[in-house]
Write a protein that binds this ligand. Structure first.
Ligand SMILES: *Cc1c(COP(=O)(O)O)cnc(C)c1O
Length: 711
């Protein structure tokens, strides 16, 4: 039991529980706001930089002692809680955890081992599992250089910078085995044996194991293998996935975990099934077929995208080079092993697809929204050619977001007052949210405006810093940047990965029409863009460049801005402050989309194509739709229609509604929609509901807790 303040702060810093508990963040921030920013909001780095006696001194002056004690005791209470949801619903999984494999985890911006929605979803999954008390251990990779930091050149071209994360600044401990020894696992590569360290992070009650190839016994090349997320070629990619799958299982075993079920979050981790097949064959004497069946019984797979490039495929030669050794160990032919990852096992030219392997070696697979379920069943019907599309064994669990991680302080207060002070425990109860409908319009509106003004201030500061970096010799540049944007304009946000199918520049199809929309003095509109393009995606980079160029056009200057280096922190500011969140992907390529859910919680309204989650969430009065949901066979025609519909709904519905005010200057019709949005969606599109669905529909059946229909 720590008794002094520094030790209590260390305990708080060591568990990523702090990332969704503002009372802890507040303590670190108030101890030294400047240092807190400098260390990029990492409590571990913060405590390394601030000596204990200085902490004591400041705590005294700033009267922080009782706040630190309060935060500390709350964490202790949380970690010890007995009456969790899982205690009553997780059955056998209370003693054998769920192993959750993912190539990315987005828990906080100070641990940049995520690139986008997939990673953020994994992070939210861990946090909700923790809140619900579901014993769950995540398995991923520690990327020392993380995902890249984005800057733009003067002409708007994306530059990727890879920093280096000092381990000592991260909330990680070396994982230990049951005898207290540091765990190191190894896997066989064509170049020899590769060692990997295993780091352990605590996310509330959940655990995350991260594998790291940067160990001294490895060759210089191998040490770099896990340096970057999505930064290498196919050979690096397959090796990363071997570390994740084979190394990940060995790490679980070495740390003493005996999972009751395995969840593959996307196909990247599908090799874990091969390692488990090997265990069954070599240790337990199973035949190959029996081993495959047994492994599938305990495996759950989530597919995340209908975009072909999102499905990892490895050429047969590359696969052989890395997994040829496994054939003899399993007693199978080349065709049998490769066949696990092929649609047509006998086709010698077909690559090994990780999604196909995951589908074949799992008991149940799911897509991430109802619509994506349909799309995935059609897409993978070829694996079950004799079945009707409707009987392809892929269901869906719609994604959700971790509310406490995404909610603004102002809206949290509104929820406390009107949903009740135990609102956080009643998220998934539809009735609990009825209080929002009765909230006074002015109260909700002002809570939103407060956060919106904070957003405008945040963006101005970021733009000023961007200008200062690009034009260090122009002393007026930062001041100019600080005058961009308006506090009163209808503020639209668009931030996500710049994959081309997301059509970041759809709104630019008719520039005159856009100029009229943004340039109306009585009813001003502005758009804040952010997002990274994949390092190898020049198409995505051109979209960013296009936005930057337009932001300099006199008609759009100060009304169209691009915030560099989108990450969880930038995302949080945006979703908490925007009026409207724009999403206009090519239907049906957005499997789910989660950023719009974060906006809903905070009182923003979605304006979206009826794709992914929005196709099941939109009810006509809880946001806005672009188009009616139909898809034209010709992409060009579809784009023209979508753009037209987008302009129309902005001109005819959104702008007039936003600027129609009552005597208190409240946009009453708008607020009515905000209320509809929260009451109709908050209870469904959160990650507690998602994890409960996974538990009841997937995990329990997979650990033998319930019987369910099999493939
Ligand atoms: C939520 C989130 C995403 C996912 O957004 P989509 O709309 O689903 O693409 C991506 N990146 C970050 C940083 C996020 O917070």
């Amino acid at each position: 039991m720590p008794t002094n303040l520094t030790d209590k702060l260390r305990t708080l810093a060591a568990n990523l529980f702090w990332t969704w508990h503002p009372e802890i963040i507040g303590v670190f921030r108030d101890l030294d706001p400047e240092l807190w920013r400098q260390v990029n909001f990492s409590p571990v780095a913060f405590l390394r930089a601030l000596p204990a006696d200085e902490i004591d001194r400041r705590s005294l002056i700033l009267n922080l002692e009782s706040r630190i004690n309060f935060a500390y005791h709350r964490q202790v209470e949380y970690l010890r809680a007995e009456h969790t949801w899982a205690r009553y619903h997780a059955g056998p999984l209370n003693v054998r955890p769920v192993a959750y494999f993912s190539a990315e985890f987005g828990i906080h911006e100070s641990l940049p081992i995520y690139s986008g929605g997939l990673g953020v979803l994994s992070g939210d999954h861990l946090k909700s599992a923790s809140d619900l008390g579901v014993p769950l251990v995540g398995v991923g990779l520690l990327y020392h250089q993380g995902y890249f930091r984005q800057t733009l050149t003067a002409d708007g071209w994306q530059q990727e910078e890879y920093g280096f994360m000092p381990i000592d600044d991260l909330p990680l401990q070396p994982a230990l085995d049951e005898k207290g020894r540091v765990v190191e696992v190894s896997i066989d590569l064509p170049t020899g044996r590769l060692g990997a360290r295993v780091w352990r992070a605590e996310i509330g009650r959940a655990t995350l194991l991260l594998l790291d190839s940067d160990v001294s016994s490895n060759s210089a090349q191998d040490r770099e293998l896990t340096a970057r997320l999505y930064g290498g070629d196919r050979r690096i990619r397959i090796r990363q996935e071997l570390i994740l799958g084979f190394g990940g299982l060995r790490a679980l075993r070495a740390c003493g975990f005996d999972p009751g079920c395995y969840h593959l979050n996307e196909g990247h981790s599908a090799f874990v099934t091969l390692e488990r097949v090997r265990e069954r064959v070599e240790n337990d004497g199973y035949s190959f077929d029996d081993a495959c069946r047994d492994v599938a019984l305990h495996t759950v797979f989530t597919t995340h995208t209908p975009v072909e490039a999102g499905h990892d495929r490895f050429a047969p030669d590359l696969f052989d080079e890395h997994l040829g050794w496994l054939r003899d160990r399993l007693g199978v032919s080349r065709e049998q092993l490769l066949g696990l990852g092929r649609v047509n096992p006998g086709d010698p030219g077909e690559p090994f697809c990780m999604t196909v392997a995951a589908l074949r070696l799992s008991r149940s697979a799911n897509a991430v929204s109802a619509l994506h379920g349909h799309v995935s069943r059609r897409m993978w019907n070829r694996l079950w050619p004799n079945r009707d599309e409707r009987l392809v064994p892929i269901g869906h669990v719609t994604n959700g977001v971790h509310i406490a991680s995404w909610l603004s302080p102002s809206m949290a207060k509104v929820y406390e007052r009107h949903v009740g002070d135990r609102w956080i425990h009643r998220l998934c109860h539809r009735d609990a949210w009825e209080g929002i409908a009765k909230t006074r319009d002015l109260e909700l509106w002002e809570a939103h405006l407060y956060e919106k003004h904070k957003l405008v201030e945040f963006v101005r500061q970021r733009l000023a810093a961007q200008e200062a970096r690009r034009a260090p010799h122009d002393p007026s540049a930062p001041a100019k940047a600080a005058r961009l944007l308006s506090r009163n304009a209808l503020t639209i946000g668009f931030a996500r990965r710049y994959a081309t199918y997301k059509r970041a520049t759809l709104l630019f199809r008719d520039l005159d029409r856009l100029a009229r929309l943004l340039g109306d003095k009585a009813r001003p509109v502005q758009i804040i863009y952010a997002g990274k393009a994949h390092p190898q995606d020049d198409g995505g980079k051109r979209l960013i460049q296009h936005i930057v160029q337009l932001s300099r056009d006199p008609r759009f200057h100060g009304k169209v801005v691009f915030v560099e280096d989108y990450d969880l922190g930038v995302g949080r500011h945006l979703v908490q402050g925007v009026d409207v969140w724009l999403n206009n992907p090519v239907k049906p390529l957005e499997a789910c989309g989660t950023s719009g859910m974060k906006v809903t919680l905070n009182g923003g309204l979605n304006l979206s194509i009826l794709d992914g989650w929005w196709a099941e969430a939109y009810d006509g009065a809880n946001g806005f739709a672009i188009g009616a949901g139909d898809v034209h066979a010709k992409a060009e025609v579809q784009e023209e229609r979508d753009a037209n519909s987008l302009y129309e709904v902005l001109e005819k519905t959104i702008v007039p509604m936003y600027f129609k005010r009552n005597v208190e200057d409240v946009a009453v019709d708008w607020v009515a929609r905000m209320k509809n949005a929260i009451t109709s969606m908050a209870w469904r599109f959160n990650s507690d509901r998602m994890v409960m669905d996974y538990m009841l529909q997937c995990y329990l059946p997979a650990c033998g807790g319930l019987s369910t229909q099999m493939k």
